[in-house]
Structures are given as structure tokens and as C-alpha cells.
Design a protein around this ligand. Structure first.
Ligand code: F1P
Length: 347
């Protein structure tokens, strides 16, 4: 049976309704504000570890970079499986705040990492999830549950963005940046506008099957997000795709660039010139490029929001591009090849 080339899959609905879940994420953090502040102040943490698996590991990477930028406290993102197998190379001495991120709140490695942490380490656990009634939440000192991010499809889109917005709001709150928190209120409206403005572009790029490889470049707090959109390409479209830090791309990976490659740049404000130069160099080599940024890019946010809190805006158009490519390839974006929504293991 031919798959119709229309947005009938739940993944589509999940992508386009995500601004509502962002809104809820901001509210949830607002409601938990006093408890979060008390935990952070009483905890006196030497460092913060963010963990998850797959998409939520990439979220952990993005979250750790943003957290350290805003709060000044050392933070890192580590896959939950690595925390289980190699705790000594991933935890430093001193009290730790462990932030466990999981859409399902039941991924075995994440549940195990949290339970080991509670038994063996000094510190507290914050769980960030879309489901409040699942095993991981039993071990959280504090659970941030964004129910509006729940999903039927396997690949994370709305869920990822909702949890990322929750963590962005939590970082702004604990950094005592009320200016950032109030700016975030405008995110859902900007996200909605971008989805309507750029859906045609996402569709035509997604439907271009002359492209056979994608590279997503992002630096600093954007590397984790570049990794996540690259994973969407793999999961939904079974296409060769890799993420890199911008300047790393010249150190080997560019050997793969040619007319069938698309290099997507998640441009920053502070380092825009050297980042744009990487894209220009790749065009010289015959590659195609797509730039996303606040203004003057192929996909422009025009958000007027501070850079620290607008990173979620890189996601929706690229998720839609993966969605349309999946459908054009005759795949089912809701049920990617070989994947389950939750990985359950005997650990
Ligand atoms: C994590 C995850 C998903 C991925 C896959 C398996 O789940 O790796 O990101 O799409 O299908 O599970 P979770 O712990 O965030 O629920």
C-alpha cells in the first residue's frame, strides 16, 4: 500500500502541537519554583550531572552546557548506561545534583543509574519526564512532569522539546534570571509562527531525495540539539546523518561533503562569523547548506528573545524536515525501523 504524502501520522500532530507543551513546561517549573529553589540552596552542590538515553542523553548534553553557562556550576551530560557501568569516571567528589531525563520514566539504564546514585552517592535527584506515574518518579526528590509532552510515536519530538524547555526554565530560575524567565513566556507564540512560516521549506527539503547524507553542526549549548536532530534523521528516515561541533567539521568529516550532502548549521549569535564560514567552505566543496539562526539565516527565528532561552526554536522545522523525508521515502515516521519506544533490559 502506498503511504499517502499527507500529514496523517501522529508524529506530525506531535510536532505541530509542541508549542502547547512548551507552555505547560514553563508553568510546571513556575509551580515548582519554591521547591526547586530550596533544593538548590540547601543542596550546595559541587556539580550537576544530567543523564538520559538516546534523545534524552542528547538533551542531557544540551542541558549541561546551558546549566553551566547560566548558573556557573560545573555540569556535564552522561549517558545513563555509562553512569551504571563507569560511575567512577563520571562522578566527581562532593555533593551532586543528578537530573534524570526520560520521556517514559521507565528506561532501564536511567532507572538503574538513579537507584545506584541513591544508594552510593551524596546528593539529590530531580526527574524530568512526561509521565508522572512511572518507576523513575519513585526515586526523584523532585519530579518535573510535563504531561502535555506525552507521545504515541516512537521518535521523540514534542516530548524532547517540552523537557528541554522545562530544563531551560529551571536553569533560568536557579540562576535568578527573572529577565530570562519572563522572556520565555513568548516562546510558544514564536514557535507557532515558525511552524507556519517554514513548513513549506521543511517539506521541500524533506522531499528532496537527491540528498543522501546530512550533517548537523552546533556548538556550545547547541551541540546536544544538533545531535538530537541528527538522530531524528536516522530514526525517522534511515538516512546517514551525523552531528559535529562547528569547527570540528573541517578536521576530517568534510571529506564526506559533496553534491548529495546537506550541512545544517545551528548558528549562534556570539560565534556567528566563524560558524557561517564553515558553511561557506562546505558550499565551496559542492555541498548544500541550511542555516538556522535569529535573523538573516535560511530559517530565521525573528524572536527578539535572549539567546540563552531560545534554543528550542532550532528544533521544530528540522523535525518537520525529517518527518517529510520519512513519508517521501515511504517509511512510517511513527514506527521507525527496529526501534521500540522504551528500552527495557535486565540489568
Ligand atoms: C529514551 C529512548 C528514546 C528513543 C528510543 C528508545 O527513552 O532512547 O529516545 O527514541 O526509541 O528510548 P526515554 O528514557 O526518554 O523514555
Amino acid at each position: 500500500m502506498k503511504v499517502v504524502d499527507e500529514p496523517h501520522f501522529v508524529t506530525y500532530r506531535e510536532i505541530v502541537t509542541q508549542p502547547d507543551a512548551w507552555q505547560e513546561a514553563i508553568q510546571v517549573v513556575g509551580q515548582m519554583g519554591d521547591r526547586l529553589r530550596a533544593l538548590w540552596q540547601d543542596g550546595d552542590y559541587a556539580h550537576v550531572v544530567f543523564t538520559g538515553c538516546g534523545s534524552t542523553y542528547y538533551l542531557a548534553l544540551a542541558a549541561a552546557a546551558l546549566w553551566q553557562e547560566l548558573t556557573g556550576r560545573p555540569a556535564r551530560g552522561v549517558p545513563a548506561g555509562e553512569l551504571v557501568m563507569y560511575p567512577h569516571v563520571n562522578y566527581a567528589a562532593g555533593r551532586t545534583l543528578l537530573v534524570a531525563i526520560s520521556r517514559s520514566a521507565e528506561t532501564s539504564e536511567t532507572v538503574q543509574a538513579v537507584s545506584n546514585f541513591r544508594r552510593e552517592r551524596e546528593g539529590e535527584v530531580v526527574v524530568v519526564t512526561n509521565y508522572g506515574d512511572r518507576p523513575l518518579c519513585r526515586d526523584g526528590d523532585l519530579n518535573l512532569v510535563v504531561a502535555a509532552g506525552q507521545e504515541e510515536s516512537v521518535a521523540q519530538t514534542r516530548s524532547f522539546a517540552s523537557m528541554y524547555v522545562a530544563i531551560t526554565a529551571m536553569a533560568a530560575l536557579l540562576a535568578e534570571r527573572d529577565d530570562l524567565l519572563s522572556a520565555m513566556e513568548r516562546l510558544p507564540e514564536v514557535g507557532q509562527r515558525m511552524l507556519s512560516r517554514y513548513e513549506d521549506a521543511a517539506r521541500s527539503l524533506g522531499q528532496d531525495l537527491s540528498l543522501d547524507r546530512f550533517y548537523f553542526l552546533g556548538s556550545g549549548p547547541r551541540y546536544g540539539l544538533a545531535s538530537e536532530v541528527s538522530l531524528k534523521m536516522k530514526e525517522m528516515t534511515l538516512t546517514h546523518s551525523e552531528p559535529f561541533h562547528f569547527l570540528e567539521f573541517r578536521h576530517g568529516p568534510k571529506a564526506m561533503v559533496g553534491e548529495s550532502s546537506m550541512v545544517v548549521g545551528l548558528l549562534s549569535e556570539a560565534n556567528r562569523a566563524p560558524e557561517e564560514q564553515v558553511l561557506a567552505d562546505m558550499r565551496q566543496l559542492g555541498g548544500r547548506t541550511l542555516a538556522l539562526g535569529e535573523d538573516g539565516a535560511d530559517i530565521s527565528f525573528a524572536s527578539y528573545l535572549p539567546e540563552e532561552v531560545r534554543n528550542v526554536l532550532y528544533l521544530p522545522v528540522l523535525q518537520l524536515m525529517a518527518y517529510y523525508r520519512s513519508v517521501r521515502k515511504g517509511l512510517n515516521p511513527d514506527r521507525p525501523h527496529n526501534l521500540d519506544a522504551v528500552v527495557r533490559l535486565e540489568l
